[in-house]
Design a binder for this molecule. Sequence first.
Ligand SMILES: Cc1cc2nc3c(=O)[nH]c(=O)nc-3n(C[C@H](O)[C@H](O)[C@H](O)COP(=O)(O)OP(=O)(O)OC[C@H]3O[C@@H](n4cnc5c(N)ncnc54)[C@H](O)[C@@H]3O)c2cc1C
Length: 307
Amino acid sequence: MKIAIIGAGVAGLSCARRLAAAGLSVVVHDKGRGLGGRCATRRAGGGQRFDHGAPVLSGTGTAFLSLLAEARAADAVGDWHAGAWGVQPVGRPGMTGFVRFLGQGIDIRQQTEITGITATGAGWVLQGADPPGPFDRVVCTAPAPQTARLIPDQFADAPNAVTYDPCLTLMVALNRPLDAPVVQTNPSDALAWIAHDSAKPGRLSQNCWVAQASTAWSVAHLELSKDEIATRMLDLFLTHHGLAATDVAHAAAHRWRLALVTTPLGRPFVTSADGTLYAGGDWCLGPRIEHAWQSGTAIADDILSRA
Ligand SMILES: Cc1cc2nc3c(=O)[nH]c(=O)nc-3n(C[C@H](O)[C@H](O)[C@H](O)COP(=O)(O)OP(=O)(O)OC[C@H]3O[C@@H](n4cnc5c(N)ncnc54)[C@H](O)[C@@H]3O)c2cc1C
């Protein structure tokens, strides 16, 4: 059986990992340059690295915690002593370390955007993939609105019921150490969460900080240019810490339009009546990496149970 997966985020790679472990032929396509989707590490021109999406691997379920233990044994996960935020599992040497662990040994085609999925007598064909197929099963783990655009007919309105909050994120590299808590959470401030990213275990660069704007601030400033977002968030960051512009070696912003799921679908995945086309991701179950993992593995289990 040949299976194509769209999306090399946590959901897509978790699904691929389980299917490949069962001996099935899987190829993963992702439009991005790097792995991980929203569980990602950004590298700046000066070599600085930032976890600009999910900062930690939140999870509570036994099965997910045992996956983290396996990743820890492979040195792909470590413990971050995050001050008042407690001890948090994180990818090593960046959040991408965890997704690389999930994707080990999997055929992953990066910078491959799938622009359409067509049924043929021989199976599913993916526009944008090389080769385009045919595939016996297709699993789409793009965020809900993108899934709805890609396969509108098969799943009716299911993904359209899902909602997300945006999050504007600032990445700052300072050219000197900053004496501030490892994590500051200020829910009522514009910069609702500020963290010393380089204090995470195994990091390859120093003095890197990441700040997430509050949902209200993110919504209000979502359509500004990325440079303008960076300028405004940097001003807030410098004022908050009493720093000068000369203390900054690098600053950039990232606009996550679909950062955190606020209304999930309420079931682990959707599938076509004949069980050959699936869609899933965090948007099915909730706003965390563990939800993405649950959805991806549930799809793999369903495929395997019908094989
Ligand atoms: C700022 C921020 C903070 C967060 N904080 C936390 C936290 O503290 N704890 C936590 O557990 N979670 C957190 N999250 C959420 C977490 O990152 C997500 O729940 C999880 O990473 C979602 O994984 P996914 O695989 O479902 O989706 P994604 O990571 O979005 O992966 C989908 C992939 O599909 C690809 N794709 C989309 N369309 C196409 C196409 N047409 N062709 C090819 N590829 C395509 C995308 O490039 C992407 O790589 C945070 C997220 C953000 C952005």
